[in-house]
Design a protein around this ligand. Structure first.
Ligand code: PRX
Length: 646
């Protein structure tokens, strides 16, 4: 693992931070954390500045982790009002829809107007401090406006990605007891229309969703809308409200939002992020890791339904007074694989933050797709969501970035709120495929299976020692699960669920999940969720789902399925299973391979040996490792013989 950017010629661009500056600042953040964070906190606008910094420690009284606890602020004021004097006419949000002729720009002043009206509209529906509002939205400016409007009045938003199915939406509404749902009639992506309103109606017909009193709908399509009694046309009602809306004074530890994410077991968890620490951390990472400049036009291609959209489309950039570009199409296609380049040219994008999957999708169509654009405004490319393979790194560097842009490979998670690692060093030190260095205040460590700390060059479980301001504080309604999932696997450390390698220079390489969580096109999916969907089918007695290497998606989904005695394997049944999972979770959870498995390999204690199933799925059958603890090794032979990925 020694390849560096110099493989493509010595880089002639600066990195956002030099090796020396990083080392000094990092040392200070670790040696004097209290002073470091107290000073950083001044970057936010407080109604009452905090005296306190961090309270609580992992593994000890963890329930009481808090940052800047006595501080009072409003996240929306920080993202909008604060910029009116100096940046009132600066574009805050620039939007291009799936259809390139759909374009909008909102200056900070115009954003202030829209957010104030939206917030007053929510208040008029009885929504206030502490209430939960679910969003199920396309990538349109109203998604960001609605999030900021919630923040303004102290309501907690829960954004559900528009690709989730009605079942998945319903379970997320039920779990957080939302009072209002904000949605649109359709979401148009890649030339196709997702009927959000139809899905909302289906979701609200399901049990446990009666908590929703109103549906605020932003009309986006041309077709007539099937209005129900609970539905309100948000685009009409908003105009009846004043743009002046008094912001709520929130405690730094008051929840800002809930975001559901998948774990290795059970139903998705509603992670709770709070106001002060989260906002400070996302603003700071956004500014420092991308080396933000006042005239940047910054494009984060993630959907607002994921944490990347929360932290780096909305909160981080707007808290920094940046211009954030929102894109309604599919970055990297289909249908137009070269469009990314033209969007960059048309809007003068300077920073492009995307996923390795999108880069690989473009790469698969050849360099010529970039012939229709110059991309000479770009000065930095960021990646997130999955490990980036060196080939995709070089393609992004050489082709998208014309060899002119540092590639910031940012490693982080829904739980961490913001970036945890990135190549914070001189550009000539960059290593394609390595996120490399912890952000200020972050202390990563590698542990072996027994929980011993590994020193020097090593591979192990990646944990974080000590809290950072952006971390999630709890799982909604289940603090015990929060403690168990993250702080009891290795007592006293935050368990990331990722494996990592630290090389001889001390730089980190994330190797991927070591728990039963899949990363498909950068979308996080629990194998347990897919399995429970499969076993609910009457023909299925058992299912085990694993990931396998996939050229474009990073990981594909491989399901081993055991049928009920009376059921018969068929192509029709296979398709039915694919459809079942799509219905329960969403279209992005597409089973790539279904293998009929008369039996599954088990240990004597009855545990399914997933390690073996992963090897068979990856067609690495010569390296199965120790199979001596299996109850019936014959099961494995049969699975190998009938394996599908050869
Ligand atoms: O496995 C890591 C992978 O994505 C997981 C977190 O997924 P999620 O919570 O959905 O957040 C995605 C966006 C932050 C991690 O546990 N991951 C994320 N970024 C990287 C990564 N793996 C390798 N390199 C990265 N840069």
């Amino acid at each position: 693992m020694t390849s560096t950017a110099s493989a493509t010629g010595s880089p002639h661009y600066p990195s956002p931070v030099s090796e020396q500056d990083y080392r000094e600042r990092y040392r200070r953040s670790i040696e004097s954390p209290e002073a470091f964070w107290r000073e950083e906190a001044q970057q936010l606008q407080w109604m009452q500045p905090p005296q306190q910094v961090l309270k609580g420690r992992f593994g000890e009284n963890h329930s009481h982790i808090s940052w800047f606890e006595d501080g009072v602020l409003n996240a929306c004021v920080n993202c909008v009002d604060r910029h009116l004097d100096t940046r009132g006419d600066k574009p805050a949000i620039v939007w291009e829809g799936d259809d390139p002729s759909h374009q909008r720009t909102l200056t900070y002043r115009q954003l202030h107007d829209r957010v104030g009206r939206f917030a007053n509209m929510l208040r008029s529906l009885g929504v206030g401090r502490g209430d939960t509002v679910t969003l199920y939205m396309p990538m349109i400016p109203e998604a960001a406006i609605a999030m900021l409007a919630c923040a303004r009045i102290g309501a907690v938003h829960s954004v559900v990605f528009g690709g989730f199915s009605p079942e998945a939406l319903a379970s997320r509404i039920r779990d957080c007891d939302a009072r209002v749902l904000i949605t649109a009639d359709i979401s148009q992506r890649g030339g196709k229309q997702i009927p959000l309103k139809k899905y909302v109606d289906e979701a609200l017909a399901l049990e446990g969703t009666a908590c929703i009193e109103h549906v605020l709908l932003v009309p986006c399509g041309d077709a007539p809308i099937d209005w129900k009694a609970r539905d309100i046309n948000a685009s009409e009602l908003i105009e009846t409200h004043s743009p002046e809306c008094e912001p709520e004074a929130m405690g730094a530890e008051d929840p800002l939002f809930i975001l559901y994410t998948s774990g290795s077991t059970g139903a998705p968890k509603g992670l709770v992020h709070t106001t002060g620490g989260y906002l400070l951390y996302t603003a700071m990472t956004h500014r420092e890791i991308f080396g933000l400049r006042e005239d940047d036009v910054y494009w984060c291609a993630a959907d607002v339904g994921w944490i990347t959209g929360h932290s780096y489309v909305v909160y981080g950039p707007l808290a920094n007074g940046a211009t954030t570009f929102m894109f309604g199409g599919i970055p990297g296609g289909p249908p137009d694989y070269g469009r990314v380049g033209r969007v960059i040219d048309d809007h003068g994008i300077t920073i492009f933050y995307t996923s390795p999957t999108a880069i690989r999708a473009m790469m698969g169509h050849g360099e010529h797709i970039m012939d229709s654009s110059r991309r000479d405004s770009l000065r930095l490319i960021g990646t997130v969501g999955e490990p980036i393979n060196p080939q995709a790194w070089h393609w992004a560097h050489d082709v998208i970035g014309n060899g002119q842009c540092p590639i910031m490979d940012t490693w982080w998670q829904t739980e961490t709120g913001g970036h945890m690692m990135a190549p914070l060093t001189d550009a000539e030190n960059f290593k394609p495929g390595a996120a490399m260095r912890p952000f200020y205040g972050v202390r990563p460590a590698l542990l072996d299976d027994q929980g011993n700390i590994l020193e020097g060059e090593a591979s192990g479980s990646l944990v974080i020692e000590g809290s950072w301001p952006g971390q999630a504080r709890t799982i909604r309604g289940n603090h015990e699960r929060f403690e168990q999932t993250y702080f009891s696997v290795f007592e006293g450390h935050y368990f990331t669920g990722d494996g990592a390698h630290r090389d001889a220079d001390g730089d980190f390489w994330i190797t991927g999940r070591i728990d039963d969580v899949l990363n498909v096109s950068g979308h996080r999916i629990g194998t347990a969720e897919i399995e429970s969907s499969l076993v609910a089918h009457p023909a299925i007695s058992e299912a085990a789902v694993v990931g396998f290497p996939h050229d474009v998606k990073g990981q594909g989904i491989y399901a081993y399925v055991t049928l009920m005695q009376e059921a018969t394997a068929s192509e029709a049944l296979r398709q039915e299973l694919v459809e079942t999972v799509r219905r329960d979770i969403g279209a992005f959870a597409r089973l790539d391979i279904v293998q009929w498995a008369p039996g599954l390999p088990r240990t004597r204690s009855g545990k399914i040996m997933r390690r073996i199933l992963r090897k068979i799925a990856a067609n690495e059958v010569d390296a199965l490792g120790d199979t001596s603890t299996l109850t019936d090794p014959g099961v494995v032979d049969a699975l190998i013989e009938n394996r599908i990925n050869r």
